[in-house]
Design a protein around this ligand. Structure first.
Ligand SMILES: NC(=O)c1ccc[n+]([C@@H]2O[C@H](COP(=O)([O-])OP(=O)(O)OC[C@H]3O[C@@H](n4cnc5c(N)ncnc54)[C@H](O)[C@@H]3O)[C@@H](O)[C@H]2O)c1
Length: 390
């Protein structure tokens, strides 16, 4: 039933899954419990998360809990074909292709929805969006779902506001155990793994411009500083901009930063952060990449349309020569650099994030289900007792 590039790659993918399994103790524990308790028995789960080794293990833990799993990737460049093959080899239905065209990408999302899921596990909101547009007749079968990332939550919030969300979604990213660690330390480390792997250049001494000083931007900036870069932050929220100043970074607008930067990282979850007017100001040889969920933060479409030449400069890097004579380099087509040019977050980080993801999915299974209705749910935040003044 699976649709993957090459089933013969499974042994290489299996090694990757074995490695992460050995470094994900929370998921190990849940897998052991679930193999006895089977909390997802009889439930079909449609999952769209970056199809790499940690996600494959997440699928296997849910399957150990009795779920019928149907898995796809949430980004065409982050799918690893060998991991997809290994997951298929372990008996799970996988629909994911590395470097999928937009049509192939949507086809894979459709395949996991066609089965009529009871629970949706989404990362970025594409699966829920497709359910609400093309698969409305299957909505009554959905008990609920969970959303992994900030961008997906922003999309759910809009549906919530217009009362168009037909089933409850748990906002995994809002759990402190998610964004404190995954967005900050996970993105902080893995973005630099991706950039370093793609470029093989030194970071020390370079001027790095980080757009966005949210949870991810803080991590990316902190690690850039640790690698010896001069770090400039651009941020539209004045409070976060002050926070960046207090953390020791230079803060300015992208117009001011554009001529100074050697390497640019966008991580805002918003579009058009770096556009034509900024390209015009940049140095010859500047390198650009994105770590936000969608490939709309750097205007790669403009570079594609307007460059006088575009050639591969290195695996995962494209060189755009502009009419002005200067060349700009873009890593991984402006898609999230840590997954498209690397293996994503460290296993220990995803252990925590996926444990929250699994516990959120568990909220929807069985009679103990505590959430209902048409809205999104924040993960509970424990609070201590307020100190009492005497
Ligand atoms: N690469 C990964 O592995 C990974 C991991 C987690 C989240 N994400 C994604 O990264 C993005 C950011 O997530 P987050 O949790 O840091 O969000 P966040 O909301 O905490 O931070 C985003 C920040 O960007 C700022 N911003 C918005 N538009 C801007 C602009 N034009 N210029 C400068 N700053 C701007 C906002 O004010 C905000 O402070 C989202 O798309 C999220 O889904 C990626």
């Amino acid at each position: 039933m699976s649709e993957i590039r090459n089933k013969d790659l499974w042994q290489s993918g299996q090694l990757k899954i074995d490695w992460v399994r050995a470094h994900m103790p929370l998921l190990n524990g849940l897998e052991q419990d679930f193999s006895k308790t089977k909390p997802f028995s009889g439930l079909k789960i449609a999952l769209s998360v970056h199809m790499e080794a940690k996600t494959a293990y997440l699928c296997q833990v849910l399957a150990a809990g009795g779920a019928q799993m149907y898995a796809t990737g949430c980004n065409p460049l982050s799918t690893q074909d060998d991991v997809a093959a290994a997951l298929d080899h372990s008996g799970i239905n996988v629909f994911a292709l590395h470097a999928a065209t937009p049509q192939e990408y949507e086809h894979c999302l459709e395949k996991v929805l066609e089965i009529g899921p009871n629970i949706i596990i989404d990362d970025g909101g594409d699966l829920v969006n497709l359910m609400l547009t093309k698969f409305r007749k299957l909505i009554p079968g959905v008990i609920g779902g969970c959303e992994e990332t900030t961008t997906g939550i922003m999309r759910l919030q809009r549906l919530n506001d217009t009362k168009d969300l037909p089933f409850p979604m748990v906002l995994v990213n809002d759990a402190k155990c998610k964004h404190f660690f995954d967005n900050r330390y996970g993105t902080g480390q893995s973005v630099w793994n991706g950039i370093n792997r793609a470029t093989n250049l030194i970071v020390a001494g370079k001027t790095v411009v980080v757009a966005g000083y949210g949870w991810c931007g803080k991590g990316v900036s902190m690690r850039a500083k640790g690698l010896g870069a001069k770090v400039i932050v651009t941020e539209v929220d004045p409070v976060k901009a002050i926070e960046a100043v207090m953390d020791g970074f230079q803060v300015m607008t992208m117009e001011q930063a554009a001529p100074l930067g050697d390497l640019f990282v966008t991580v805002t979850g918003c579009d058009d952060v770096i556009t034509e007017k900024h390209f015009a100001l940049m140095k010859d040889g500047a390198i650009l990449c994105n770590a936000g969920h969608f490939d709309c933060e750097v205007d790669v479409a403009w570079l594609e349309a307007s460059a006088v030449s575009k050639v591969p400069a290195r695996e995962n890097i494209k060189a755009y020569k502009l009419a002005s004579g200067k060349t700009l380099y873009v890593i991984a087509e402006g898609r999230l650099v840590n997954l498209a040019a690397g293996d994503g977050h460290p296993a220990e980080i995803m252990d925590l994030s996926f444990a929250v993801q699994i516990m959120s999915a568990l909220c929807h299974s069985g009679p103990q289900c505590q959430i209902s209705g048409r809205q999104s749910y924040r993960n509970p935040r424990p609070r201590g007792h307020a100190a009492e003044c005497s």
